[in-house]
Design a protein around this ligand. Sequence first.
Ligand code: COA
Length: 313
Amino acid sequence: MRGLHIVATGHYAPKRVITNDDLSKIVETSDEWITERTGMKRRHYCTEEEGNVSMASAAARIALDRAGIDLSEIGSLVVATFSGDYFVPSTACLVQRELGLPDEMICYDLNAACSGFLFGLETVRGLLLQSEKRYALLIGSEVISRKLNMSDRGTCILFGDGAGAVVLELDENRGYTSVMGCRGDDRLIYCNASEDSDKKVHMEGQETYKFAVMKVPKLIKEVVAKAGLNMDQIDRFVCHQANARIIESVAKVLKQPMDKFYMNIQEYGNTSAASVAIALSELWESGMCKEGDKIVLAGFGAGKTWGAVVLDY
Ligand code: COA
């Protein structure tokens, strides 16, 4: 079983910061309510000049600089997103142009909402297994601020923009175990594209919350058991950043200390497919993980979709 090696990471968040107090001037809410219910304090919104391609490219540029690899050795570029600047071309094709990557590569976007980065890892590993090139680039990038209905206070306060990127290669000495799934649903979380809709994100908050606190611990238990490990052997959990209370509940059910769970929700809110990627990049920068650490990445979201992997850092 050939595992995945995270060669390098990078992330980018727009400079425009929106605090809970800023939101309370637009919609009937308060810093106290948002902090208590979600753990969020700030999120970042793109300026007019920024977009999905510019953010994804900025994150990828950092990851590639850190990786220090020969760009001709990259065989695939996948961007997990549901909020591209265009329906076509894909964000991936435009990032390829921005970064001056070689023509001899496959570039496309993948839409699995907040599970996008997890589905992306599974997909990229498959691509690497049949590729003649050594490396792949996986990016999670979202501009959700342009898809928010600012009068839907139960939804609009939750989301932000950002991008995270990883350079990946196969590695004989590292493990890779995954559990992925989907149960088709267009009621819990959706962003309708039809002409007669408002084309904005809407979420049934309470039901999504219940789904997450039930599904995520089960998912993590399943993937850790499949890897032949027990929970105490996991050094770090990186969950999709949807709500601090969801992550706390997962830690409690798994009987694991909160300090094993990376959390940056206070800074970014929910950035969907970018959230696990940004967290990984921050972990990389912090030096909190050391080579060989066992890490679990887990995501869930619209679709409904879910996915978790166990990796050797
Ligand atoms: N500010 C103030 N009050 C708000 C509010 C806001 N932004 N949004 C909703 N409310 C009100 C509601 O109108 C309701 O008022 P009522 O009791 O008078 O009817 C009350 O707060 C409770 O609303 P509810 O939706 O039950 O709140 P909640 O405790 O479920 O918290 C979420 C709402 C969205 C924070 C929570 O449901 C959640 O985090 N859900 C999951 C999110 C998630 O996992 N997303 C991932 C998608 S990938």
